[in-house]
Design a binder for this molecule. Sequence first.
Ligand code: H2B
Length: 108
Amino acid sequence: MTDLRHRHCQPQTGTALERAVAERQLREIPGWALDDGGHSIQRTFAFPDYYATIAFVNAIAWIANREDHHPDLEVGYNRCTVRFSTHSVGGLSDNDFICAAQISALFD
Ligand code: H2B
């Protein structure tokens, strides 16, 4: 399958990914974790200062706009937690893993 980073989000109308499928996809995006219910994935990124943190947030906004898929963000002085789920399926879809991989590529 094409590397997640090079795929693009598609409209999602079906059902959420099964937990076992989500766990398999998770192996392709090191540093990301599944929540207890298996409904979202998240990763916290650390930065030296506020400027670097906000530059990262702006890059995330650019990706979210391009992919039309938007994470929840928790932003602090030197860290940003990014959380993805797909509202339209009530859980996880491929879109979450695609955007997570693109965002990791900004940082890793
Ligand atoms: N973001 C997320 N995280 N989940 C969605 O289901 C979603 C989205 N849907 N961004 C998109 C926008 C949808 O509302 C538009 C119409 O494509």
